[in-house]
Design a binder for this molecule. Structure first.
Ligand code: PLP
Length: 396
């Protein structure tokens, strides 16, 4: 067995999602691989265990255990493969461009909400609002979907992009489009705030507002426009790069953070929109840690909270994620949650974060959570939602 740099190995085969999950689930559960990938000594092409090679590449290992001739049975840990090396922040926060500012700044902070922790229950929040462009979890997918499109198509063939967005993904793609000198047409549903629309314009996007209330309802129209105008449609709802970036980075960095904090969470709470980030976190943690429960947070029936939506409106990855419970929250509760967090901890997070916090409180109140550590994923910052929050304050 020899460890070979992943860049030298040719395993280009595409893999369907189910197969990828089966292989990665196995690797995560074992904490490594138990068999080598067979490659040709000269060409470095994979001869055997090609799917393992593709899956390892996708989750960002730096080295792949290989052998020549026949496959060997040998255990190689995640650490030995450089699985965690992706998470490599710039120590003194020096970045040579604004794209590095995103991925060399990870992990986003994990902070204990000390004033909101009590009775043996500790609450930790992962602050996705610390991402630099949209100040949300969506920078990760805007970056990764765009990077994958660059690998596939080349920079010259990406001059116009189209996307259905409830603001954050649009801002992230618009940022990447600015970096790579392209343009974005952002299609927003009727429920997006005026602030969201203005922010998209500030980021240089052309904005088209639809009378339909949900982003997911605009996809077919956007696809049609992409075809007519020769634009690139990254499509956050179906693009597996959405799920993969959270598996490769978000979930992985969270494991490193809980190790540093010396905790093992009993449950993780997060909002469901495309379901990208919580599906990946759920998949990752369920395979790596026994007994961790996952709670998905959605708006109550017939209500809207920007960024999250109900499972029955259709989401791709949630079906593979084994999420334990769905918790419903009203928009009023979400605002209340935002105010409770800022007035106890001094951080102003967005409405879906308020929803996640209130969902956590509801489950605590039902007596379903014992003493221990709990993680809440806060998708963005509150400054975008001043209109909605101020309405609540003004109305008492
Ligand atoms: N919260 C906010 C503010 C969002 O913008 C989004 C996605 O748009 C989400 C939550 C949901 O994230 P995901 O699409 O990964 O399910």
């Amino acid at each position: 067995m020899q460890l070979e740099s992943v860049d030298n190995i040719i395993c280009k085969e595409e893999m369907v999602l189910e197969e990828f999950l089966r292989v990665v689930g196995d690797v995560l559960r074992r904490g490594g691989v138990e068999v080598t990938v067979v490659i040709d000594r000269e060409s470095k092409r994979v001869i055997e265990n090609s799917k393992l090679c593709v899956a390892l590449k996708k989750v960002g290992v730096k080295f792949i255990p290989v052998s020549y001739g026949v496959s060997e049975r040998v255990f190689v840990s995640l650490e030995s493969m450089g699985f965690f090396d992706d998470i490599n922040p710039s120590r003194y926060r020096v970045f040579t461009n604004t794209e590095e500012l995103l991925y060399k700044n990870w992990p986003t902070p994990l902070v204990k909400l000390a004033n909101l922790s009590s009775n043996g229950i500790s609450v930790w929040a992962k602050l996705e609002g610390f991402n630099p462009w949209s100040m949300s979890v969506k920078d990760r997918i805007g970056w990764y979907m765009y990077r994958k499109a660059l690998e596939r198509l080349g920079r010259d063939r990406i001059s116009l992009l189209v996307e259905s967005t409830s603001t954050n993904t649009g801002l992230a793609i618009a940022a990447m489009a600015s970096i790579y000198k392209a343009k974005l047409k952002a299609f927003i549903p009727s429920t997006v705030s005026k602030t969201g629309e203005t922010l998209l314009k500030i980021f240089g996007a052309e904005v088209i507002r639809s009378p339909k209330p949900l982003t997911v309802e605009l996809i077919d129209d956007v696809e049609e426009i992409a075809r007519k105008e020769g634009a690139v449609h990254l499509n956050q709802f179906y693009n597996d790069a959405n799920f993969e970036v959270h598996l490769r980075y978000t979930a992985k960095e969270l494991e490193l953070q809980i190790r540093e904090a010396g905790i093992e969470p009993k449950a993780i709470f997060g909002g469901l929109g495309t379901s990208g980030h919580m599906s990946a976190i759920s998949f990752y943690f369920k395979n790596r840690f026994k007994g961790v429960k996952i709670y998905g947070v959605v708006p109550a029936p017939n209500t809207a909270i920007q960024g999250i939506r109900r499972v029955e409106s259709g989401m791709k990855w949630v079906h593979y994620a084994n999420i334990d419970n769905i918790v419903e929250v009203t928009p009023e509760e979400a605002v209340k949650g935002v105010l409770e967090i800022v007035r106890n901890e001094g951080i102003f997070v967005g409405l879906s974060s308020g929803a996640v916090y209130m969902a956590f409180k509801k489950v605590v109140k039902e007596g379903k959570l014992g003493e221990g550590d709990y993680i809440l994923i806060f998708p963005d910052i509150g400054f975008k939602y001043v209109e909605q929050v101020s309405m609540y304050i003004d109305n008492g």
